[in-house]
Design a protein around this ligand. Structure first.
Ligand SMILES: *[C@@H]1O[C@H](CO)[C@@H](O)[C@H](O)[C@H]1NC(C)=O
Length: 84
């Protein structure tokens, strides 16, 4: 019935770019378990002007039942890419 469960957030919960590091931390702590239990497949975020993709992950460790996290903040912004 529901082949894919997709979530969109603003600030990324997983981000290795030094720009905006840890800014999604409080909402991540509050909501990651909820998304995991809901069997979310993909979490898209923006905020960091870069592209980054993680493997399926939960609680900062690879987990085949966790969502894939993808930052897609590189497209369509006027300020250019994150530089750090
Ligand atoms: C952050 O993102 C920018 C833009 O994509 C990239 O050039 C830079 O290497 C990234 N920095 C890190 C630490 O990944």
């Amino acid at each position: 019935m529901t082949p894919w469960v997709v979530v969109v957030v603003h600030a990324p919960w997983y981000n290795t770019n030094s720009t905006h590091k840890c800014e999604g931390e409080s909402i991540w702590k509050a909501m990651e378990e909820l998304l995991y239990k809901a069997r979310v497949d993909i979490v898209f975020s923006g905020h960091v002007h870069a592209y980054e993709q993680f493997t399926r992950i939960y609680d900062k460790k690879p987990n085949p039942c966790g969502p894939v996290y993808i930052t897609i903040g590189d497209g369509g912004n006027r300020d250019g890419l994150a530089l750090k």
